[in-house]
Design a protein around this ligand. Structure first.
Ligand code: ADP
Ligand code: ZN
Length: 439
């Protein structure tokens, strides 16, 4: 019999705590986090001072509305270490994701933060039916992106056998999956669907031992869930997270598949009206805002995710008492998620600005072909380029493609189009055509 890794098994009681006990824990942790942030992070202290808010003014979760927000631009402006609340020597890990321009945004994790994150993912894997008897194949990318390492740590914590495949190389993924008898998958839902289609094409479905998986890092729909579940004959659970708040596992679905349980002892979730910035009640869609309660490396107070969803406090049949968030139904900004990577039109713009021969007009066209996202970038040439330098077009095109690959981190098909051929708009420029139908 496999020896259970007893020292690593987490304590699930926090998920089933009665709500009053949890609320007082949150109040205490909120006070500590606000104090830490005020004392250690100059930007946030200045922001609180400007509002005339002192740490003592925040006594309970009901005082949250008094606090100023934080944004992705803060992480960019304070890149890389300006928002650290712990001394650099206590930071044991850097994780990152793409920012709004060329630079990535990074977050620093203390040992405590890695432990908390691990615990959150362990809960997610457990809720999807995972445990010490499972073989968990992780095909999220390993690296700065939180997906790979996050899922790995969580699967390790529940005592599963972890197969750290990282992303890509579908044939090898399938070979390992069938040979090892992997029982769980962790990857993006679109990649899982692609794996499922390939397994079916190869006639290998009968060889699979998969039972479930945690799929996230990008938006998906109920229809996609049904397709994925029947392709691989599994239970497909959603998992949500973001680097700034601690990576995947911030919220996750249980096997009831009825919204994602928020790890409320570690994060506070609010929904606000993105325009008035006022808090909205449960059940009303709006922008999701998070406050970390236990992070010590780079805590976040009222961090605006720009993700749109609803929250509910209705009880779940699984017995967990935490609130749940719905699927993400959209964004309040223009961020796209392409093959799990955050992509902002401003990043593409940054790749074009100083290039001779292109005009500042471009269009991003996203399609999903065979469950894989394809990005096409159309860029207008200048009149001069178009009429006099036709021989240089190919060189320019590949230069743009290389830049996009290095700045954004994904391959795009670049097309140079004639001057004035892209649509002009009177108001805010429309720069995205997303044909994926994700919401
Ligand atoms: P992750 O590694 O979890 O994708 P990033 O920081 O790279 O973290 O990206 C975070 C963003 O990814 C979120 O703000 C959200 O827009 C999107 N995202 C993550 N998980 C999900 C999910 N399950 N459903 C929809 N969107 C998701
Ligand atoms: Zn549940």
């Amino acid at each position: 019999m496999k020896q259970p890794k007893v020292h690593k098994i987490y304590n699930p009681e926090a998920e089933c705590m009665d709500r009053e006990t949890r609320r007082s824990l949150q109040n205490k942790r909120l006070q500590e986090t606000v104090k830490l942030e005020y004392e250690r992070v100059p930007l946030y202290r200045a922001r609180m001072d400007a509002r005339g808010v002192k740490p003592e003014d925040i006594k309970t979760v009901d005082d949250l509305y008094k606090l100023p927000f934080m944004e992705k631009t803060d992480l960019r402006d304070e890149f890389p270490f300006g928002l650290l609340a712990a001394p650099k020597r206590d930071i044991i890990r850097i994780q990152g994701s793409s920012g709004t321009t060329g630079k990535p945004i990074v977050s620093g994790y203390t040992q405590n933060d890695v432990d908390v994150w691990t615990e959150m993912v362990a809960r997610a894997i457990t809720a999807a039916g995972g445990g010490p008897d499972d073989i968990v194949q992780v095909c999220y990318g390993y690296g700065l992106f939180t997906g790979g390492l996050g899922a790995h740590q969580g699967a390790d914590r529940v005592g599963a056998m972890v197969v750290p495949m990282s992303s890509g190389n579908t044939q090898r993924q399938i070979m390992m999956m069938t040979e090892l008898g992997s029982t769980m998958l962790c990857c993006t839902p679109s990649y899982a669907t692609y794996l499922g289609e390939t397994v079916n094409d190869m006639g290998l479905k009968d060889k699979l031992k998969l039972k479930s998986g945690c799929f996230g890092a990008e938006p998906w729909t109920e229809e996609m869930r049904q397709k994925l579940e029947s392709l691989l004959d599994i239970d497909a659970c959603d998992i949500y997270g973001l680097t700034e708040i601690g990576g995947p596992g911030v919220a996750f679905e249980c096997l009831e598949k009825h919204g994602m349980h928020v790890n409320e002892d570690h994060v506070l979730a609010e929904i606000i009206d993105p325009v008035t910035e006022k808090p909205l009640p449960y059940g009303t869609p709006g922008e999701l805002v998070f406050t970390t309660l236990t992070k010590t490396g780079m805590p976040m107070l009222r961090y605006r995710t720009h993700d749109i969803c609803t929250l509910t406090d209705e009880p779940c049949a699984c017995g967990r008492t935490t609130i749940r968030m719905s699927r993400i139904t959209g964004r309040t900004d223009d961020m796209l998620i392409i093959r799990g990577v955050n992509v902002f039109p401003s990043q593409i713009e940054a790749c074009l600005v100083d290039l001779e021969g292109v005009a500042p007009f471009y269009m991003l066209i996203v399609d999903r072909i065979n469950s894989t996202d394809k990005l096409e970038v159309q860029v207008e040439m200048t009149e001069e380029m178009f009429s006099d330098k036709i021989g240089e077009i190919e060189a320019l095109r590949s230069k743009i493609a290389d830049r996009i690959k290095s700045v954004v981190g994904i391959s795009a098909k670049v097309q140079l189009v004639p001057p004035k051929s892209l649509p002009r708009s009177e108001g805010k420029a429309k720069r995205i055509i997303d044909n994926r139908n994700l919401h």
